[in-house]
Design a binder for this molecule. Structure first.
Ligand SMILES: [Cu+2]
Length: 144
């Protein structure tokens, strides 16, 4: 009997945490959990999501020795935007700048690599263009 009640409570807790997770994913702002950084923002009616990850954590390497992968995804009216072009600019804590062109990985997934070699607050600016025009998203990435 106790076992049944425990199972029911456990299932309920799982259902609630699943809902909370889904709601959190819709939030706009930054989250950093277990080495994975995410940022979401709304711009011109477009929901933009970014993820910054070290290539080492993905067991990947870059031919030019870059250290991090910045991924971007854009959604409008609940659908992924599959046709977009854009650039990402990173400004290091020291003021040094890098620009990467978003590579289209298909299915509405875009990414580019950077060399994140200084601890501190990095400014990230993404300029992208879809059928409706040009859009901008800015956020901070903290490198440990
Ligand atoms: Cu949004």
């Amino acid at each position: 009997m106790n076992k049944v009640i425990f199972s029911a409570v456990f299932a309920f807790v799982l259902a609630i945490s699943g809902t909370a997770q889904a709601m959190e994913d819709m939030d706009h702002g930054s989250t950093a959990k277990g080495g994975s950084f995410k940022h979401a923002a709304m711009t011109d009616g477009i929901h933009a999501e970014f993820q910054v990850m070290s290539l080492a954590s993905m067991n990947m390497s870059d031919p030019d020795g870059k250290t991090h992968h910045v991924m971007a995804m854009f959604m409008k009216d609940g659908k992924k935007i599959e046709k977009a072009v854009g650039k990402v600019k990173l400004i290091a804590p020291s003021g040094k700048e890098q620009v990467g062109t978003l590579k289209d990985f298909g299915g509405g997934n875009f990414a580019t690599n950077f060399n994140i070699d200084e601890p501190g607050k990095w400014g990230v600016i993404c300029l992208f263009k879809d059928d409706a025009g040009k859009h901008t998203v800015k956020f901070w990435y903290h490198s440990m």
